[in-house]
Design a protein around this ligand. Sequence first.
Ligand code: GLV
Ligand code: MN
Ligand code: MN
Length: 350
Amino acid sequence: MRVLDRLDQLYAIGGGPGANRLGGSAEEDEAHQLVAEWMREAGLEIEVDSAGNLFGRLAGRRPELPEVWTGSHLDSVPAGGRFDGVLGVVGGLEAVEQAGREERTQVVVAFRDEEGCSGPGCVGSRAFCARLDPRPGCFVELHIEQGPRLEQAGAPLGVVTGIVATARGEVVFEGREGHAGTTPMAARDDALVAAAKFVLALRDTAAAVEDAVATVGRLEVEPDASNVIPARIRLSVDVRAPDEARLDAVVTAVPAELRRGKAVTMAPELTAVLGQEIERVGAPVLELPSGAGHDAGVLAAGGVPTAMLFVRSLNGGISHSPDEHSADEDVELGVAVLAATLARLASAVD
Ligand code: GLV
Ligand code: MN
Ligand code: MN
């Protein structure tokens, strides 16, 4: 299947292990150029906006009608997986080609720097939504689940109900540097020890709140020398929860201001269409929330009617890892359901 070959081509950019196309890197640029070529081959009209987002447009017979959009992102975390983001772009392009020219214009978009490994994330979709010009009539994102629920349920596909609320930012711990060999334990002000206590307290706080999660994934130590007591720690905090109240309950443990992202709900009229198309291919219709952030969340928060279709992740749902995996036949089914959904949405004239 062409989609699988294209996933491999994108996975090879940047060398291994895993996917290495960080937001803002030359590797992300290379992925955008490759996808732009595929869009051109498919007869789509290409556009790149000031944020570097890539749009491929298949003109409809009634260009005055609201457009039907699909897509995702091409950047990855370091040593990421084969499917995260790229499936939504490559599968979206395949689905638009399968759907073919319809009444409404169809657009495949690749947003920039969704992962935000050292920043706020969803950089491209946020920049796009600051203007919303043109305003999509709807957005349907295909993505892998990145969790274990579909595998556990024996369902190849899932319909997303909503995306969790998020809080992200940094905390700094200050201490005092000193000689590792001569400073008695009782006389130390070790910033890394303070940071370690915070990491454990944050874990315990999140574990006590149903369906909340918290992660410290980056840590900078100053002066970063094995024989000097750490004087300054800067660490990242990433908190997620299904609603604001549960997010607040975890954020109370963080001694810093965090950037917040509201929980969003998917558009019921679009999730209904996805459900019907999943039924049509004979698969069970499983609805589930997304714990991962997505460009779809930014578009939904911007007022664009939005839906997401998940493809089952295998290996216990592991993601942001080279072990990320989905079966070829599940990918094919996801693309077919997306194509049928886009064809229906793009053929509607009212
Ligand atoms: C994106 O993958 C995120 O949820 O961090
Ligand atoms: Mn993603
Ligand atoms: Mn990701």
